[in-house]
Design a protein around this ligand. Sequence first.
Ligand SMILES: [Zn+2]
Length: 298
Amino acid sequence: MKTKQTISRRAVLKSFGALGAVLVAADSTKVQAAESTTPLARKPARVGDARKIILEHVFKAPLIDTHEHLIEEKQRLDVTSSSHVPCDDWALLLSHYLNSDLLVAGMPKADMDQFLSPKVEPGAKWKLIAPYWRAVKNTGYAQAVRIACRELYAVDDVSAATVAKIQAGYEKTRRTGFYHHILHDLAGIQSCQVNCLTGVPFKESDMPTFLMQDISIVGMFAGPNIRQYAPATGIDPKTLSDWHRVIVSQALFELVDEGWLTLTDALELVDIVLHGNARQIFHLTQKTEALKTAEWVK
Ligand SMILES: [Zn+2]
C-alpha cells in the first residue's frame, strides 16, 4: 500500500487499461517494485529497452476523453441542485454503472436505494454491498473504482476495514477545482467530450475548452419529450433528414447568434458533414428570406 497521498500523473496513467498493464509488466526494476505493491501488478517477463521507451512515451501521451456524462463541477458540488448526484459520500463512486453490476449480482433494489441514499450514514453502507462485492469486484466498473480508491485515497481495496479511509479521502478530494486536478493534472486528460444529460441541446460549461459539449440528441431520440428541440427551429420533424435540419438549425443558431461564426462560415463547416445539404437547407441566396421566417432567429 502506498503511504503517500501524492499521486504522479504517471501512476494514474499506469492504471488505464490492459495496454498499460502489459507494458508495465516488462518495465525496469524500479517500475516493477512500484507495481508489485498494487493488486493489478504482474510479474515482469523481461527487461527490454524498447518496452521501456514505449512505456515512457505512453505515459507521457496526452489523452482526449472522447465520451463523458460529467455534470458541471458546481452542480456536482451542490448536490441539492442535481438529480445526477444521489448522495455525496463514497457510495457515489459505485453508483454508475457499478450499481448495475451489483443488482445483477443479486443486490435487492431496496438495498441499492439505501446504499445511494443521502440519509444513510456513509459508515453504515458497506454492509449493504458486502454480500455482493466478491461477485462484482473484478468487473471493469469495479476495477475503475478500486483504481480510483488506490490512486486518490491510497486504499488498496474496498472492504469493511477501508471504507472509513475511503470516506475521509472522498471528503478531502471533493472540492472546488477537483475536476481539473484529477482529470488534467493527474490523468493527463487534455479535454473531455461531454454528452450532457440535463436536457438542453447545447450545455453552457464553465470550462468550455476542457468540458467540451456535444450537441445533445436526447431530445431527438428519447423521452419524455422527444420533440423538445424542434419547435424552436420552426421544423416539424418527420424524417431523419428533418432531424438533420433541426441539428443544423440549432447549431447555426448557437454559433451565429453568439458571434462565433458568420452564417456563411457556419454553412461552409456543416456542409461537409451533411453532404451538401446544409446549403440546400439554408441556401445562401435565400438566406434573408429563410432568416425572416425562422422562429429560432428571434
Ligand atoms: Zn455514455
